[in-house]
Design a protein around this ligand. Structure first.
Ligand code: FES
Length: 83
């Protein structure tokens, strides 16, 4: 799912950036700007920032181990996890 059409950022990109940032520094303060920087991109119109923030927080709350095992899970998916 494309989250940012200006910079072509997908939900998977955000997940991967959150995972990489948490792995590198468990105490890092996540911000949409840091996600963009990690992906080597810059926002243009900014209309995606609220969604990027929600995805970032959702993936971060999943934690590094569950985030790594469920790379395609949306934080808005309420289906119970298997296992
Ligand atoms: S949609 Fe992300 S900056 Fe425009």
């Amino acid at each position: 799912m494309i989250v940012c059409s200006c910079s072509m950022i997908s939900a998977q990109d955000i997940h991967d950036a959150v995972s990489a940032l948490r792995t590198k520094d468990p105490f890092v303060v996540l911000t949409p700007g840091l996600i963009y920087k990690t992906l080597g991109k810059r926002p243009s119109c900014g209309s995606c920032l609220p969604l990027i923030t929600k995805l970032m927080v959702g993936y971060d709350e999943e934690g590094p181990s569950s985030a790594a095992s469920l790379p395609h899970r949306s934080p808005f998916d309420n289906t119970p996890r298997a296992g």
